[in-house]
Design a binder for this molecule. Structure first.
Ligand SMILES: NC(=O)c1ccc[n+]([C@@H]2O[C@H](COP(=O)([O-])OP(=O)(O)OC[C@H]3O[C@@H](n4cnc5c(N)ncnc54)[C@H](O)[C@@H]3O)[C@@H](O)[C@H]2O)c1
Length: 241
């Protein structure tokens, strides 16, 4: 966000909650926050109509929202496929895929008026490879009770790759679309987990968040004007092993 504001982008954030992260930008005249549920078609449609009515141009859409379940929260662990509730499937796909679809549907036509339009979808290394469920194993639990990365994560993140491919030709030549597939990002995870993940990554460690942001910055910039429809891994080589 800092980079975008420094580069004189005017940034509109759509989120269901006003995160601590946004507080620092509150007084910036180029930062606009829209408290919206991205699964609410009417709300997204009406926001896009405001943009049209007020003749606000839009060059870039970043589909980043997700519900990231805490796999190690055993008090609420229905992550295994056999127990996975339909309600969780619907809720998570709603945010991860329907939200990206609705934002693309209603804001894509505005972006298509730009000469340098970009829709960037935030997927994951797990959009490309299967989760290694051994990473989430808890000692002492039976196989049938072991927490796992839920099926929804894989389905959403590979679905976003398909969304990108579709969008990369739809509003041609005005709108490029790209998927970024980050690997695990350093975020105070416990040391044992970090060691286990790092052993699966040729670069030998998790990503620093700036290593992901710098690639996003590049992909939405004119410097990436010939990258379209691509799936860009930023995972220290995790998917190559
Ligand atoms: N953190 C990682 O290690 C990692 C790795 C690979 C991919 N990713 C992906 O990167 C993206 C960002 O990750 P993060 O860790 O910053 O996630 P995060 O949970 O911090 O951010 C997701 C945001 O989506 C918002 N959101 C959820 N439901 C919404 C709704 N209905 N309407 C509007 N907004 C809603 C949340 O409020 C939150 O601000 C996600 O798509 C995630 O899957 C993260």
């Amino acid at each position: 966000m800092s980079y975008l504001l420094n580069e004189k982008y005017i940034v509109h954030v759509v989120d269901i909650i006003f995160n601590d992260e946004f507080v620092q930008y509150e007084d910036n005249n180029n930062f606009f926050f829209h408290k919206l549920d991205i699964t609410d078609s009417q709300a997204i449609n009406s926001l896009s109509k405001n943009f049209i009515d007020e003749m606000v141009n839009l060059d870039v859409l970043i589909n980043n929202a997700a519900i990231n379940p805490d796999i190690n929260d055993l008090s609420n662990n229905f992550s295994r496929l056999e127990d996975f509730p339909l309600s969780s499937w619907e809720k998570e796909l709603d945010v991860g895929l329907k939200g990206a679809f609705l934002l693309s549907k209603f804001f894509g036509p505005i972006i298509s008026k730009s000469d340098d339009g970009v829709i960037l979808n935030v997927s994951s290394d797990l959009g490309i490879i299967s989760p290694d469920q051994r990473l989430y194993e808890v000692e002492g639990l039976d196989e049938s009770e072991q927490p796992v990365k839920p099926i929804t994560y894989s389905v959403i993140k590979s679905g976003l790759i398909g969304l990108t491919k579709y969008l990369s030709t739809y509003w041609r030549p005005n709108v490029r679309s790209v998927t970024i597939c980050p690997g695990g990002i350093e975020n105070n995870q416990d040391d044992e987990f970090k060691l286990k993940v790092s052993n699966l990554i040729p670069v030998g460690r998790l990503a620093n968040v700036n290593e992901i942001c710098s690639v996003v910055e590049f992909l939405i910039s004119k410097k990436a004007s010939y990258i379209n429809g691509a799936t860009i891994s930023v995972d220290g080589g995790r998917v190559i092993w």
